[in-house]
Design a protein around this ligand. Structure first.
Ligand code: ATP
Length: 251
C-alpha cells in the first residue's frame, strides 16, 4: 500500500477507454504527486500514449474520473482550457510549424493563448530557447535544424507557457542515436529543477536516473508501479521481466 503525504496533481480513478469495440484502458488508477517524475513503459500497444493523452484531454475517457490540479475533466471546454494551461506536452514528432521561425514557433502561442505583447512573448521565448541551449537557432526554420534541435525547440515552446506538468510521449524515438542524449540531458535538467513529469519512453537509463517511479503497462492495465531500483532490480511479474529483457537488449 502506497502512503501519500500530499494531494496528487494528477488523479485518475477507475478510468476506462474504448476505441470503438476495443477497450484500450481498463479500469486504471493512476496518480502523480507534485514534483514527481513518473516513467511509463510497456510493450507497443499497451496504452501508454492513450493514458498520457487523457491527461490534457487529447483523448476522452468513457468511465472513471480524471482530475488535474483539482479540476475534474469532462466536456466543459472551460475546464479543458484550464487544464491545458497547466500541462505542456512534447510529442515524438515535434509538431513545429515549418513556415515559422524557431522564435515564432515559441512566441506566437504566447501571444495567441496568453495574450502577451509581441515583445514580452519574444523575451520569454528567448529565455527558454537559452534554457535548452539553442538561442543561436532562433532565426532559423525547423527544416534547417537537426532532430535533436527541433525537439529542444518543442520543449522550449512548452516551457515558455509555464506549465506545472510536462508530458513527454516518446520524445527521443524519432531521433538519430547521437541526438538522443542532447534531448535527454535537457529533460534531466528539467527534472532537477523540480518539474512534475510524466514520460513515455523506452530509454531505461534515463528512467533509472530521473524516475521517482516506473509504471509498467500491458494490455491497457497498470501491471507494476515501483521506484526504479525495485522495478529494475526485482520486477514482480513475468511480463515486466520479459519486457525489460527485450528493451535492455536493444539499448
Ligand atoms: N485513435 C485510435 N483509434 C483506434 N485505435 C487506436 C487509436 N489510438 C490508439 N489505438 C489503439 O490502442 C492501442 C493502444 O495504443 P497506444 O498508442 O496508447 O499504445 P502505446 O502503448 O503508446 O504503444 P506504442 O509504444 O507503440 O506507441 C493500440 O492497439 C492502438 O492500435
Amino acid at each position: 500500500m502506497e502512503t501519500r503525504t500530499m494531494d496528487p496533481i494528477i488523479a485518475m480513478n477507475g478510468v476506462s477507454k474504448w476505441f470503438g469495440d476495443f477497450q484500450v484502458l481498463k479500469n486504471l488508477d493512476f496518480s502523480v504527486d507534485p514534483g514527481e517524475r513518473v516513467i511509463l513503459c510497456g510493450p507497443s500497444g499497451s496504452g501508454k500514449s492513450t493514458l498520457i493523452r487523457l491527461i490534457n484531454r487529447l483523448e476522452e475517457h468513457q468511465e472513471g474520473t480524471i482530475a488535474v490540479n483539482g479540476i475534474e475533466l469532462d466536456d466543459d471546454p472551460h475546464k479543458i482550457e484550464q487544464v491545458r494551461a497547466d500541462v505542456g506536452m512534447v510529442f515524438q514528432h515535434f509538431n513545429l510549424f515549418p513556415h515559422l521561425t524557431v522564435l515564432e514557433n515559441c512566441s506566437i502561442p504566447l501571444r495567441l493563448v496568453q495574450k502577451k505583447s509581441a515583445r514580452e512573448a519574444e523575451e520569454l521565448a528567448m529565455k527558454y530557447l537559452s534554457r535548452v541551449r539553442i538561442p543561436d537557432q532562433a532565426g532559423k526554420y525547423p527544416g534547417q535544424l537537426s532532430g535533436g534541435q527541433k525537439q529542444r525547440v518543442a520543449i522550449a515552446r512548452s516551457l515558455s507557457m509555464c506549465p506545472r506538468i510536462m508530458l513527454f510521449d516518446e520524445p527521443t524515438s524519432a531521433l538519430d542515436p547521437e541526438m538522443v542524449k542532447e534531448v535527454l540531458d535537457t529533460m534531466v535538467e528539467l527534472a532537477r529543477d523540480g518539474m512534475t513529469m510524466v514520460c513515455v519512453t523506452h530509454e531505461m537509463g534515463f528512467a533509472k536516473e530521473v524516475g521517482d517511479r516506473i509504471v509498467f503497462m500491458d494490455c491497457g492495465q497498470i501491471i507494476e508501479s515501483a521506484p526504479p531500483a525495485e522495478f529494475f532490480g526485482a520486477p514482480r511479474t513475468d511480463r515486466a521481466r520479459e519486457f525489460l529483457g527485450q528493451v535492455l537488449s536493444q539499448h
